[in-house]
Ligand binder design. Structure first.
Ligand SMILES: [Zn+2]
Length: 325
């Protein structure tokens, strides 16, 4: 009897040690394999129009840094933001992302229980909440002046505000348009309904841009250029905003949670991947490609949708606007 107890004790001990080793290995080997070597296709930035770009913040929260990346995260606290990027172009304003819907609590009732729980936890931590129109107006812009809404992807914390902006045309990659049309469970049905009949598919061209094979130039003048970074959703995009040849930013949506992921070639944390990524493997490939771009073009400012520190570094504060210098 006593011997059997000792055997069980040893077995349990060995299993605990193995679990610790496996956990340790996972934490220390989280780095993604590098992207295949790729030459840069340098964009033409000589004849850019006068441009202004503004940070509209819709809500914020603080999250344990370890949830920001896989492996051992160096960011202590992940300052989380739900924000929109307003691009003020001579031909009209463009809004990238619109935050949560004011009706988010009722809308999430249709989601799966697990997604509902994840959303409830995320919503409970939010503060400084505002509608999409208030920060827009504070920058001097108007709803009527919005030429396009471009979602970085179709998830609810990026599309929800469209239930308020009922007249603004929506421009998005064919893959994301299809996701919405097919009423994917990744898209809240109220949001799919809200944008029905006003979506236009971006006409991507096989024209290399930076390290990407395809691109879509919104105004055809090099100021606002979109490339594809699939994985988080099939039509997730990286949007380049070029204020001047030296002042450039790229909004990368939710492909990473923190800039640290791009710098260290780390995927998002396992928990956030599980709840938010449609295709984990594809998302990892896109992170590796962003890391590659960061190495080749260190002057580019990367803007992950939810990394408040990255927004603050570029804009100083919210709402805030930056013009070409
Ligand atoms: Zn998001």
């Amino acid at each position: 009897m006593a011997q059997a107890k000792i055997r069980w004790g040893r077995l349990t001990g060995a299993l605990v040690v193995l679990a610790f080793i496996a956990g340790g290995v996972k934490l220390l080997t989280a780095e993604l394999p590098p992207a295949l070597p790729q030459a840069r296709a340098l964009p033409t930035l000589e004849a850019l129009p006068p441009l202004q770009v503004c940070w509209l913040e819709f809500s914020r929260s603080e999250v344990w840094g370890q949830l920001g990346t896989a492996g051992l995260t160096r960011t202590g606290t992940w300052k989380n933001t739900a924000s929109g990027l307003l691009v003020r172009h001579p031909q009209g304003d463009v809004l990238i992302d619109a935050g949560y819907s004011p009706n988010v609590r009722e809308e999430t009732k249709g989601l799966s229980p697990l997604t509902r729980l994840f959303t409830a936890v995320a919503l409970n931590g939010l503060y400084d909440k505002s509608s999409v129109t208030a920060p827009l107006q504070r920058t001097g812009a108007t709803v009527e002046g919005l030429k396009w809404f471009i979602p970085s992807h179709a998830h609810q914390d990026h599309m929800g505000g469209m239930v308020e902006l009922t007249q603004v045309p929506v421009l998005l990659p064919p893959e994301e348009l299809e996701l919405i049309r097919a009423r994917s469970p990744a898209v809240v049905s109220e949001h799919a309904k809200a944008v029905e009949g006003r979506m236009t598919a971006m006409a991507f061209e096989p024209k290399p841009y930076e390290t990407f094979a395809e691109s879509f130039d919104v105004f055809g003048d090099g100021a606002l250029v979109v490339t594809k970074i699939p994985g988080h959703t099939p039509g997730s995009i990286a949007t380049f905003v070029n204020l001047s040849p030296t002042r450039r930013l790229v909004h990368v949506g939710d492909t990473v949670s923190l800039t640290e992921s791009i710098e260290r070639r780390l995927p998002k944390s396992t928990l956030i991947q599980f709840f938010t990524d449609g295709d984990t493997h594809g998302a990892g490939g896109s992170v590796a490609r962003l890391h590659q771009l960061h190495e080749l073009a260190p002057e580019l400012h990367f803007l992950p949708a939810h990394d408040r520190d990255a927004w603050e570094k570029f804009f100083g504060g919210a709402p805030g606007c930056v013009s070409a210098r």
